[in-house]
Design a protein around this ligand. Structure first.
Ligand code: PLP
Length: 385
């Protein structure tokens, strides 16, 4: 059993605004709040910058190093497999551009993927690479069809969202990863709607490249994120695009003009420095919170709040659950359609309940700091509709 979280203490320390009686925030799938410790850590670097003689390069680069380590430990990777990136899309582009695709190759995705996992692949079409979008089963991704589709020798990569942005459907990464590895197909995962609400081990799931932004479930500043690239793969891939610190020896700022294009051994070859130090300091601080609380404990709490919504939806007439009822097939996102979702969305907004309307469904996305009472408040508004 994961340790239980003292939610009151957590709210007091990290989310003091959450006790406002006129607002409930259930929109973590759009943007998560910043933790207080994240704000303080970012502010410290901003303060250094305001009085620039306080800028400390060694401190900033050590912080980036610590951030890579915190990410690695969260996903069962090693630090050398982590490249810091400013968003999810950047990491998907690393996969699309650095993997050696050739004319006639096929990349498989689910239809209705978030565009960040579509456009970087579509952009390969000029090179003769086809993007095959697997139609859904109803509104949900069709995992059986995806699995069947990879039995084609032309398929060279499969790229899925761990958790789908509009339906909350959670992919079975272990299953897809195993099948891809057996066939020598590259397996790419967009983890932004899962990581922070749930946890995974990249090696157990046999993922080749994973991309994730920090701005949602990881409770971190905009402009933070990372890509995981499996160790054996790192050494075989040339970085695209090429950063000035992608090469060996570039930590020595006294010898920048050696122009030696020997890539770093680790995933830092994919980084394009300079990145926002203040934001990554905030990222590191929030990642530390996840390690303190325990990713399993966070996931258990998010799941129990999501369960509360699912139970209500199943018991309510006129409400259709879009997200699968099976807890193994969802994380923090619960999407549902009511008799008049647009009108109900407006009523939630009027009552101060932040959520999203995605593809005609109400998307409720509670995080670790939310309370059961807050969920009840949101559901009572829907009941009164
Ligand atoms: C599945 C998915 N991928 C990617 C993104 C965003 O990508 P980025 O971090 O590049 O803005 C979102 C949400 O905005 C998303 O839901």
């Amino acid at each position: 059993m994961p340790a239980t979280i003292d939610v009151e203490a957590l709210r007091r320390a990290e989310f003091p605004w959450a006790d406002r009686t006129d607002r409930v925030y259930l929109n973590n799938a759009s943007t998560g709040p910043l933790t207080q410790r994240s704000v303080r850590a970012a502010q410290e670097i901003i303060d250094d910058r305001i009085e620039p003689f306080r800028i400390d390069d060694a401190k900033n680069f050590a912080m980036l190093d610590r951030t890579r380590d915190l990410i690695a430990r969260l996903i069962g990777a090693s630090k050398g497999e982590i490249a810091l990136m400013t968003n999810t899309t950047y990491g998907i582009n690393i996969a699309a551009r650095a993997l050696p695709f050739a004319k006639g190759d096929v990349v498989v995705v689910h239809d209705r993927e978030f565009p960040a996992n579509v456009y970087p692949w579509l952009a390969l079409e000029g090179r003769g690479v086809t993007l095959r979008r697997i139609p859904g089963a109803g509104s949900l991704p069709d995992e059986e069809a995806l699995v069947a589709a990879i039995d084609d020798p032309a398929v060279k990569a499969v790229s899925v969202s761990w958790v789908a942005f509009s339906t909350g459907f959670k992919s079975d990464l272990r299953r897809i990863g195993r099948l891809c590895r057996e066939r020598g197909i590259r397996f790419i995962v967009d983890a932004i709607q899962g990581l922070g609400a749930d946890f995974l081990d990249v090696h157990e799931c046999e993922i080749d490249i994973l991309a994730c932004g920090g701005q949602k479930w990881l409770l971190s500043p905009w402009g933070t994120g990372f890509a995981y690239v499996r160790e054996e793969l790192v050494r075989t891939l040339d970085p695209q695009p090429v950063g000035w610190m992608a090469v060996k020896g570039s930590d020595d700022f006294t010898r920048l003009l050696d122009y030696d294009l020997t890539w770093r051994e680790d995933a830092r070859r994919f980084e394009v420095i300079t990145i926002p130090f203040q934001d990554f300091a905030g990222f590191a601080a929030s990642l530390e919170l996840f390690h303190e609380l325990g990713p399993r404990a966070v996931a258990a709490r998010v799941a129990s709040l999501a369960d509360q919504i699912v139970r209500w939806a199943k018991a309510s007439r006129g409400v259709t659950l879009v997200t699968p009822g099976d807890p193994a097939r969802r994380a923090g996102i619960v999407s549902l359609v009511t008799r008049d979702s647009a009108a109900d969305s407006a009523r939630l907004n009027k009552a101060g309940v932040a959520h999203s309307l995605r593809e005609g469904a109400l998307r409720l996305a509670p995080h670790v700091y939310n309370t059961s009472a807050e969920i009840e408040r949101a559901l009572a508004i829907l009941d009164a509709g």
